[in-house]
Design a protein. Structure first.
Length: 281
């Protein structure tokens, strides 16, 4: 199932995701482990890796643009009163070890390193579960612990002065097609309506596939959604939406996102039912 650099997630023997632990990437892309390709049960890819529009978008993973001034997202850094700026401030997430590695999931330890030192230690738990013959769920939990002797804080372009750009945390770069995907919640529709709002779940639907994202803990559900459909297809859960998130020495921030990966375009009622089943498992 594993080699030194990658691991394959399987459901009933069928591959549904490849996890790359030690990608060879330029420093500017903030190298980090990622899932790509992630596919539906019929084999349709629903992720993209380093697309031309954003080379630092790496499938599914955790990316944070500002950890105490260090960029773990990739690309330019938004500087207050200056805008997006090229800085030599990129960090990397380094695979340390697998505590557990099975065909349907893994538990991993990672070190978040920048400027020669470790800032955070992460414990990442990922599991794949079959829901129906056309849908499965990716359960993704990350725990970030401050391993420095002083306080740290996590920010975003929004907390640094760029309205509407509170990206950072769990992020899924979805498949780009000729037509922008549809995004909807139980009672809302469209990027302008949903971006920056809180919802128990949201769905991103392409031509032949649907992704349904849900915060699986009360704290995770407090984070607003970051949504893009027109510029590019992507969904994230915003760690630092309105203000910076402080992490004292030895303290830990935990988030859990469950994503339904389905063939076909799901109606609202089916999307809601599948995500309820996925979160409750």
């Amino acid at each position: 199932m594993t080699n030194n650099d990658s691991l394959v997630l399987r459901i009933a023997g069928r591959p549904v995701g490849r996890y790359t632990t030690r990608p060879e990437l330029p420093t500017r892309l903030s190298p980090r482990p990622y899932l790509h390709p992630v596919t539906t049960l019929s084999g349709t890819a629903v992720t993209e890796l380093s697309p031309a529009d954003h080379l630092h978008h790496l499938g599914v993973g955790v990316a944070v643009p500002d950890v105490e001034g260090h960029n773990f997202w990739g690309g330019r850094t938004f500087v207050r009163d200056q805008g997006p700026t090229e800085l030599d401030n990129h960090g990397s997430q380094r695979h340390a070890a697998f505590q557990l590695s099975d065909p349907d999931g893994f538990v991993e330890e990672l070190r978040w390193v920048a400027a020669g030192g470790e800032l955070l230690r992460e414990r990442r738990t990922v599991a794949a579960t079959e829901l129906t013959d056309s849908a499965w769920a990716l359960d993704f939990t990350f725990s970030l612990t401050n391993t420095t002797p002083g306080p740290l804080s996590i920010g975003s372009p929004a907390t640094n002065g760029r309205p509407g750009a509170a990206y950072g945390g769990f992020f899924w770069r979805a498949r780009k097609e000729a037509t922008a995907p549809r995004v909807f919640t139980l009672d809302s529709e469209g990027e302008p309506e949903i971006h920056g709002t809180r919802a128990d779940w949201l769905a991103l639907a392409g031509s032949t596939w649907t992704l349904v994202f849900a915060g699986a803990t009360e704290q995770t559900r407090e984070d607003p959604w970051f949504v893009r459909t027109e510029e590019y297809p992507g969904v994230g859960s915003s760690l630092a939406h309105d203000e910076r998130v402080p992490i004292e020495p030895g303290e830990t921030v935990v988030r859990r996102i469950v994503t339904v990966v389905a063939d076909g375009v799901l109606p609202r009622i089916e999307a809601a039912a599948l995500v309820r089943k996925a979160v409750s498992q």
